[in-house]
Each structure stands twice: as C-alpha cells, then as structure tokens.
Design a protein around this ligand. Structure first.
Ligand code: BF8
Ligand code: SF4
Length: 656
C-alpha cells in the first residue's frame, strides 16, 4: 500500500516508519481528505460576501448572475496572477540584492559572472564602455526594478523572443506592461462586476503569465547567474542517503539562493567546522530540498535530499539538526512535526513566518553573519539528536546545464550555437524536444509520472530538459546521469555519447524555466526549424503539478507557442467552454495550448503525435528510429567486445 504512494524507495521506507510511529504526513492527509468535488472543478466563487456561490446544477448562476464559465475563468486567472506574483517577487528580491551588492550595502555578495552582467546590460540598454563593474551592476539592478512597475509599453525582455512571436503578442495586445501592473490588472478584473468574458479573462491570464516568464522569472535567473555564477556541468548526488549520521546535518529548503549561498560559505568556515567537532560531530553536512536545493545544486553541487513531498520525511529521519527555510513550498506541517523530533526549524523571510517556529530575519546587509548564526544554532542542536533512521539511497547525476552551456557543449567554445541541436532534429536523430517541469502532488503517486513521462520521451528520441521538483524526481531515479543514455532511443543515445551529456538535462529551479524559453527562442532563430517557437517539434509537461506557480508557467509556455500538458484532471472541468478555450481557443490565437491529461500514457502519446505533426508541418523527414544508433562509443565497445566491468567504469568516468 505504501509502495503505491511513491516510487522513491527512501520515501517508501520512511512512510512505513511514520505509519508505525503514528506520524502524520501529507500522504496520509491526502488519503483522509478527498478534494472538494465543487472546488476541484472550479464550480465555486467566493469573490464577494453574497457568496460563496456553488454552481452544482446545470444552468445555475451565482447571486450576481455569474455563469459557471465566468467563475471558472475568473478562478483560473487569479491562480495565474498568484503564481506570477510569487515567481516575480522572488525575481524582485534578486534585483534588490544585486542593487545592495552593487551599492556596497551587502558586502558579502560579489559579481561572480561578469560576462552575464555584460549580456544582461546589453538586453537592458545599459552602457558598459569605460564603466566600473559595480556601476554597471547598479544600473542593471535599477533597470530591472523598473520592469516591475512599468506602467506603459511592454517589458524589455519580450524582445528576446523570436520576431514572429513578438508580432503575435503585439497583434493580440498581450505583451505585458509592468509585472506588478499585470498582477494588479487580474486582481481588478476578477473582482465582482468587472470582466465576465471567458476570452478576455483567459487572454489576460496569458499576459500575466508572460509577465512572469519573460519578466520576473527571466530577470531572476539572469540576476542569480550574475551574483552566483552561471551553472556549468558538475557531478552531484541525490536522495536521503546523503544525510550523515556522524555530522551536523543542515538542510536548506525553499526557493531563494541568497541565504543558502551564505550558509554554504558558513558551513565551510574552519571555525564553524571546529565548533562542530567540539560538539562531537565529524563535520557539517549541507543538503537541500525543493528549489533552494536546485539553486545550490546547479552552481555548487550541494546534494539534494528530495523534492516537495520528501520534506516531512526528511525530518522524520531524526537526522536533521536544523532546517532553514526561505520562501515558497514550505509545508506548515513541518512545525508540529519538528516538535516530535529534535530538528530545529528556522524561518527567515519576512514573507514566510510560521507561528511557533523560530524566526531569524534574513537581511542581505549582514548575510554572512546571519548565516553563521543559523549554522551555530544547528551545531548546538546536534547534541540533542536521538535515534536516526537514514535510508541508504544515494543517486548520481550530472547537473548544471545553463542555456549558455548547452550552446557551448553543442557548438564549441569559439562558436557556441544550437545549430547541431537543430540539425539533429532536422535529420530525425532527435524526434523533438520536451521541457518536463513542476511539482509533486500528494494526489498522485510521488515521482511516478515524472519518471514515466521522461523515460517514454527519451526512449522515443526526445531530448528532455527539466527543472524544479521534476528534475529532483528524475535525479533520484538515475535519469540525470550520463549512464541513463542506455534508456534513450538510438539517435538520442548517439548524441549523448558523442557530447558526453545525460539524455535529461537539469536546467535549474522553477524560475529557471525561463532557460527553456531562451533555448527555444534560439532554436527558432537558428534556422531549419521554422521561425517561431510554435514551429518547433516540442512540448511542455507538468506531470505532477500542484502550485499556483505551475499554472503561471503553463500560461507563459502556452503564450510562447508551446503545447503544454498538465497531469491532472482539469481544474475547470465544470466549464467545457473554458476547457475548450484553453485548448482550441488559445491554439488558434497563440499557437500553444494547455490540456489536462491525468493518464501519463495518453499524455505521452499526444505529445509524440504533436511532435510528429510539427515535424510534418516543417517538411522534415519522418522520424524513424532505425536510421540511427549504429555509430558511437557503445557500438565500438561492443565490437571490441570489451564491456567488462573495468572498461565500463573508465568509460563512465569519462562521460561524467
Ligand atoms: O518552484 S516544483 S513543489 S519547489 S512550485 Fe514547489 Fe512545485 Fe517544487 Fe520549486 Ni516549483
Ligand atoms: Fe456569488 Fe457573484 Fe459573489 Fe461570486 S461574485 S460569490 S458568483 S455573487
């Protein structure tokens, strides 16, 4: 029974332990509380005090006369706005950190990627000649902040999209103005007595999603790279076996890298390590959960111990001395849970307090000092540790595929280019590309859909890029290691072996979905695959989504021209009109569409059909897996008949 809840053996192990000990987890609570049958289909409105109105009968309207279609579209729009706000506010904080660093007010932060700073400066029309780095950085931060409050015109980054895409947005009037403005616009138009047209509400949702994707999130990725370095491939480890019985275990959880990067410096501080030793530990072990983990994993190789649904189970190991959280996806259930274990939970963001939990307010002006204080609290708590139960699972992966690195890996240092990627799609060596992203959801088997969808796609020669909790799911099932090329179709396997990359590329945290937009834009303008993102044989997937942020991501993928599949029943199921508009209506207008398909096998089938359809529309050769796979290292080794253990190890080491 427990095994049906997760495909991760470490999670199953701990679920059994929790069950025996009577410890409640999201897994049990999902079993005990079925989703509300009215709310789950968006048949409920509570936008005013005459309601909440529940529309359960055919033709019924709310007290104000609102129809089921209007209510469903309004609810969807508000979800998008909430998601866009969360991502973008994270982006704003990154811009404020850059500003503080450049103004000398946050001396612990440096400009680590000057190349990226210059690149971003050119996007934002910031002069760079004869200027000090910090001066440029300050103006970049200021210009970035203007994007949030821009009242007229369009956000600057839209110009990074292919020209044809920009024209579509202009024609439809969905190019976002300022990011904040679009979020407020949705909150206003969904307030009672305003926008009651399905089309208008759903097109506005796309605009607010675009403000996130090409605005707040893209700025977040860029500025994070400037401050902490653009990721390059590195080997790293995943799953709960990375907790150490003999060391102080500190876990970072949430989304922002500003504090976690400082915690990383603090745990490596010799004085801190000495202090840990004085308390009987052999050292300090830093690991992460959710997207804070993805940020530190991508740039520094810090091990990730799990994704969203692992957070409670990580505490239940009894081995975590301190868990420090910043913003987003932090379950309130952690608070009562930590009372049952010795783990000290510390909140740090003024935007994410939990009653009864120790709060250490994080200020970037004293970043390192605060980080050291938190690490000290963790070390002190080590002495209170009781029995531990650490599952032994550890998986290897290669991560750190920024879009810059993908260019470099495929095109070479002197002429970074996506040409080889496009050529591979044109020749049919790759059938297409897919972005598989998003959360865990306690209503589905943990990690199962991510694993299933990704395995099927790579088997069919679809190159997969991943972010967020999905990437962590596949890290744990070994799909992010170069050895996973053995599960890929013949064409994709050849490419992986030639370039030395895994068939599934980890692109970062959820805000880094914007790296996918950048890769797609470059593919569209490189030549051979049409001239717009919508022309590319590609799909977007969020197989286990749960967060409002995922809906915002879905909207900007769709508005950028991508066929996007979400793995759950439609949240607007009671309004076929809204459902249809998100599919056919959006496709007619922007070329992308959003569909909710709970069955992963059906979802993959539809994705492959779509990819083949796009190939045909471009006049590309029909995909035929038998044409490739007869070259490459595997074959050479097969011929030499030397795949003994030792050779294979050498070969694997080379790939890693
Ligand atoms: O921002 S994938 S559960 S952690 S929301 Fe949350 Fe979803 Fe995980 Fe990353 Ni994204
Ligand atoms: Fe009901 Fe209309 Fe108020 Fe919504 S806005 S709660 S449908 S009366």
């Amino acid at each position: 029974m427990v095994d049906q809840r997760s495909i991760d053996p470490a999670v199953c192990d701990l679920l059994e332990m929790c069950e025996d000990a009577g410890i409640s987890t999201a897994f049990d609570r999902a079993d005990q509380m079925k989703p509300c049958p009215i709310g789950s289909k968006s048949a409920c409105c509570k936008h005013c005090a005459m309601g909440p109105c529940r529309l359960t009968k055919e033709g019924q309207v709310g007290i104000c006369g609102a129809t089921i279609d209007t209510i469903a579209a309004r609810n969807f729009a508000r979800t998008t706005a909430a998601g866009s706000a969360a991502h973008s506010d994270h982006g704003r904080d990154m811009a404020l950190t850059l500003l503080a660093a450049a103004s000398g007010e946050a001396p612990d932060y440096k400009i680590r990627d000057v190349h990226k700073l210059y690149e971003v400066a050119s996007f934002l029309d910031v002069q760079t000649t004869n200027r000090e780095i910090l001066d440029i950085a300050k103006e970049v931060a200021e210009k970035a902040l203007v994007e949030f409050g821009r009242q007229r015109g369009e956000i600057i980054y839209l110009k990074r999209a292919p020209r044809k895409r920009q024209e579509i947005w202009q024609k439809l009037g969905i190019g976002p103005r300022g990011i904040d403005r679009e979020v407020v616009d949705i909150m206003h138009r969904t307030n009672p007595g305003n926008d009651q047209s399905v089309e208008s509400l759903l097109m506005s949702s796309l605009r607010t999603g675009l403000a996130d994707g090409w605005g707040g999130s893209m700025l977040s990725t860029d500025i994070t790279d400037i401050l902490f370095g653009s990721p390059v491939p590195l080997a790293a480890k995943a799953n709960l076996g990375n907790l150490r019985e003999d060391q102080v275990n500190i876990v970072v959880h949430g989304h922002e890298p500003t504090l976690s990067e400082m915690i990383l410096v603090a745990v490596n501080d010799p004085a801190m390590i000495e202090y840990a030793k004085s308390k009987g530990a052999t050292g300090i072990n830093l690991t992460g959960i959710c997207c804070t983990a993805n940020e530190t994993l991508m740039r520094q190789g810090v091990a990730t111990i799990g994704n969203f649904l692992s957070q409670e189970l990580a505490i239940a190991t009894g081995a975590i001395d301190l868990m420090v959280v910043d913003i987003q996806c932090i379950m309130q259930a952690l608070a009562p849970l930590t009372e049952q274990f010795h783990t000290l939970l510390v909140t740090t963001s003024p935007k994410a307090h939990i009653d009864g939990v120790t709060h250490v307010n994080f200020e970037e002006h004293h970043a390192f000092e605060i980080a050291k204080r938190i690490v000290t609290m963790g070390i002190d708590n080590f002495t209170k540790r009781g029995a531990v139960h650490i599952p032994q699972q550890i998986d290897n992966m290669v991560v750190g595929f920024s879009h810059e690195y993908i260019n470099y890996a495929l095109g070479g240092f002197y002429r970074g280019s996506l040409r080889p990627l496009n050529d591979a799609v044109v020749q049919g060596r790759l059938r297409g590309v897919a972005g598989v992203v998003g959360c865990n959801n306690a209503r589905t088997t943990h990690d199962y859909s991510h694993d299933y969808v990704v395995r099927e796609l790579i088997k069919n020669d679809v190159l997969v890029v991943m972010t967020g909790c999905g990437a962590i799911a596949c890290a744990k099932s070994g799909l992010l290691s170069p050895e996973a090329a053995q599960f890929a179709g013949p064409g994709l396997r050849e490419i992986c072996e030639a370039v030395g990359i895994p068939p599934v590329l980890h692109l970062g945290s959820c805000v880094d979905n914007t790296r996918i937009l950048t890769v797609l834009s470059q593919m569209a303008t490189e030549g051979g695959l049409g001239e717009d993102i919508a022309d590319i044989p590609g799909v977007g997937f969020a197989p286990e989504w749960m967060s409002e942020k995922a809906i915002s991501i879905g909207c900007y993928f769709v508005a950028s021209g991508v066929y996007t599949i979400f793995g759950s029943a439609s949240p607007v199921a009671n309004s076929p009109a809204v459902d249809r508009f998100m599919s056919e209506g959006w496709e007619q207008r922007v070329g992308g569409k959003l569909e909710f398909i709970p069955d992963p096998a059906k979802a993959v089938r539809k994705a492959l059909e779509h990819i083949d359809h796009k190939r045909a529309a471009l006049g590309l050769v029909e995909y035929d897996p038998r044409r490739f796979g007869e070259s490459g290292d595997s074959l050479m080794l097969k011929i030499l008949d030397k795949i003994d253990e030792e050779t294979l190890n050498v070969y694997s080491a080379k790939l890693a």
